[in-house]
Write a protein of this length. Structure first.
Ligand code: 5GP
Ligand code: ZN
Length: 134
C-alpha cells in the first residue's frame, strides 16, 4: 500500500534490521524499542489491523514467529520472559496502521511495561459483561 511505512520496510524501500524472514512475514527491530531486542513481526501483505481481512493461517503464522523470536530473546539476550503485544486502533496505541506484533524481551523487575491498573468489579458486573460478550 502506498505511503505505508511497514509496506516500504517489507519491500526494502526503507532500511530496517531484519532478524527473520519467510514467505509470509518479516521480523525487524523496532527503532524506538521498549527494551533492546524489541522486535516487530510484520506480515508482507498489508492489513490495517488484526480484523482486516485476516485468516487463521496468517494469524497463526504470525504468532508462531512471535514465539520463535521470544525464545531467541530468552536464549541469546538472557531475557527472563517476553511480552507479545498487538495494538488495534489509535485508542489502543496503534500508530502504524499495518498489522504487526510486538515481541519485547523482559527481565525480572525491569518495570518496562505496566499496561493497565486492575479494576475491582463485583461478580455481578463480571457476569453482566460476560452476557454482553458471549
Ligand atoms: P504501534 O504503536 O503501531 O503498535 O507500533 C508501531 C511501532 O513501530 C512503534 O513501536 C515504533 O517505534 C515502530 N516504528 C515506527 N516507525 C518505524 C520504522 O521506520 N522502522 C522501525 N523498525 N520501527 C518503526
Ligand atoms: Zn502496509
Amino acid at each position: 500500500m502506498d505511503n505505508c511505512i511497514f509496506c516500504k520496510i517489507v519491500k526494502g524501500e526503507i532500511p530496517s534490521t531484519r532478524i527473520y524472514e519467510d514467505d509470509i512475514c518479516i521480523a525487524t527491530l523496532d527503532i524506538n524499542p521498549a527494551a533492546m531486542g524489541h522486535t516487530l513481526i510484520i506480515p508482507k501483505e498489508h492489513h490495517n489491523d488484526i480484523t482486516d481481512n485476516t485468516d487463521e493461517a496468517l494469524l497463526g503464522h504470525l504468532f508462531k514467529v512471535a514465539s520463535i523470536v521470544g525464545e531467541r530473546q530468552k536464549e541469546r539476550l538472557s531475557a527472563d520472559g517476553f511480552n507479545v503485544l498487538q495494538n488495534n486502533g489509535t485508542a489502543a496505541g496503534q500508530s502504524v496502521m499495518h498489522l504487526h506484533i510486538h515481541v519485547i524481551p523482559r527481565y525480572d523487575n525491569d518495570g518496562v511495561i505496566g499496561l493497565w491498573k486492575p479494576l475491582e468489579p463485583s461478580m455481578e458486573e463480571i457476569a453482566a459483561m460476560g452476557e454482553k460478550l458471549s
